[in-house]
Design a protein around this ligand. Structure first.
Ligand SMILES: Cc1ncc(COP(=O)(O)O)c(C=O)c1O
Length: 445
């Protein structure tokens, strides 16, 4: 193999590409078939001469990928599942070959406008003003880190703000961001069993603090562990009164803004300074795709734009680059598959899919309450259920989860609520059926 022939397609490459396409379409057509994952074997080592495209692709499709636990399986109910639409998965295939540099508008061309259109759609859904803007990053963690750095950066020269205040149910990425930024992460006292942040509990956390020392308040719109939405309106009131940046983490729950059931719970989100939602979770984009939106994008650009002699030219050519709105420079144009999917199906299909997930979560909750040995630990907020299997301790949950995966039944894992181990089931896959729910619940003995 010569250096040149790595970059020019041969007939063997064409055959490999056709094999990949056929495999990919078959994989998307049967999302059930991929559980349990295949047993892992030892991979052959890398070599100086290589094994050729056919053998390498065979290794990928036949040996490597089948060992992955598939987040789009209808009975993958752990963490937050991810189920890319067919259109978004197909669109994603084209991006590496097009080699779009997503950092600058000049280079990305209309691909940057396509991403902007999705950001504008999300801004409208959240009720953000015309001044809003944003970009796509790899995940909710980087999205929140970017927003918090922007929050501190805006008054960077005039303050030494060091505290990030969050609710008790905030995602671990908030504490991680605080750590990276060298800030204290202060948890407000929980207002209820869900650990919600309210105006009152935020006031307790802020009591006696100089608002100029607070980087931001983080409210959660869809807690990962239990689905709860903080009191966004009350928190927005207090942040407004004290001049504190409000960041809303809707990485999981933000998609519920599209559905008909939960919209009122989000009242107040339109007053946030920044907001994140992960399309790779409940908006059916391929990994990795998280959106970070800012109320005042121009101010954020001033805070986050990287400066270097060799970058000045891009800025002079108009600036306004996707790289200026997060902690990144080079980026893949990861918002485009979602744009293609929205073009293909329209946003009504997304709203319908979100409602579908609420319906299946409600069905699951009802089925839990009908089974004498199962109990709902909390009334479901959004689409996460916490289920107690009466008589089980944490070793029983662990053993059941491991076996359920091995048997190919489901991927559903325990969590803790108020110190107790319980089963957590997350419904964001519109392909999950009532039969899937029954299969899992019946298996709990
Ligand atoms: C509420 C919430 N915020 C942030 C994150 C982090 O997102 P990511 O895993 O994409 O970094 C998650 C992930 O589950 C989440 O549920």
């Amino acid at each position: 193999m010569t250096a040149m022939s790595m970059h020019e397609p041969t007939p063997a490459d064409v055959a490999a590409a056709q094999r990949v396409l056929a495999w990919s379409l078959a994989r998307l057509a049967d999302r059930e078939a991929v559980l349990p994952p295949a047993a892992a074997t030892t991979l052959p080592g890398l070599s100086g001469r290589g094994i050729g495209i056919e053998a390498a692709i065979e290794l990928l499709l036949g040996v490597v990928l089948p060992t992955a636990v598939p987040p789009d399986h209808p009975r993958y109910l752990a963490f937050i599942p991810g189920t890319p639409t067919v259109a978004s998965a197909i669109a994603d295939m084209a991006l590496p070959a097009a080699t779009v540099y997503g950092g600058s508008r000049l280079e990305a061309g209309l691909a940057a406008d396509a991403e902007d259109a999705v950001i504008r759609w999300l801004a409208d859904v959240a009720g953000f003003p015309d001044s809003a803007g944003g970009t796509f990053v790899s995940g909710g963690s980087i999205a929140t880190l970017s927003a918090l750095v922007a929050a501190r950066g805006e008054r960077y020269l005039t303050s030494s703000r060091q505290v990030i205040v969050a609710g008790a149910s905030a995602h671990s990425s908030v504490a991680a961001a605080a750590h990276v930024m060298g800030c204290e992460c202060l948890a407000a006292p929980p207002a209820d069993d869900y650990g919600r942040l309210t105006r009152e509990t935020l006031a307790v956390a802020l009591d006696g603090r100089d608002a100029d020392n607070v980087v931001a308040v983080v409210a959660t719109a869809g807690a990962t562990n239990n689905g709860a939405i903080d009191d966004l309106a009350g928190v927005a009131d207090l942040c407004g009164d004290r001049g504190i940046w409000l960041h809303v983490d809707g990485a999981y729950g933000g998609a519920a803004l599209l559905g008909s059931r939960a919209r009122p719970l989000f009242t107040g989100i339109e007053r946030a300074d920044s907001f994140i939602v992960d399309p790779h979770k409940w908006l059916y984009a391929p990994f990795d795709c998280a959106a970070v939106l800012y109320r005042d994008a121009a101010a954020v650009r001033r805070a986050l734009t990287q400066e270097a002699d060799y970058l000045d030219w891009l800025a002079a050519e108009g600036g306004d680059n996707p790289s200026d709105l997060a902690i990144h420079l080079t980026r893949r144009i990861r918002g485009v598959p979602l744009w293609v999917s929205l073009q293909a199906y329209g946003w009504d299909a997304y709203a319908e899919a979100v409602d579908c997930c609420f319906a299946i979560a409600a069905y699951a909750a009802e089925q839990v309450s009908r089974r004498p040995h199962l109990e709902l630990v909390l009334d479901p907020a959004l689409t996460v259920l916490l289920v107690r299997r009466c008589g089980w301790g944490s070793a029983d949950y662990d053993a059941w989860s491991a076996q359920a995966l091995q048997r190919g039944l489901a991927f559903a894992i325990p969590t803790r609520h108020a110190g107790e181990t319980v089963l957590r089931l997350c419904f964001v896959n519109p392909l999950t059926s009532r039969d899937d729910v029954d299969l899992v619940l019946d298996d709990l003995g």
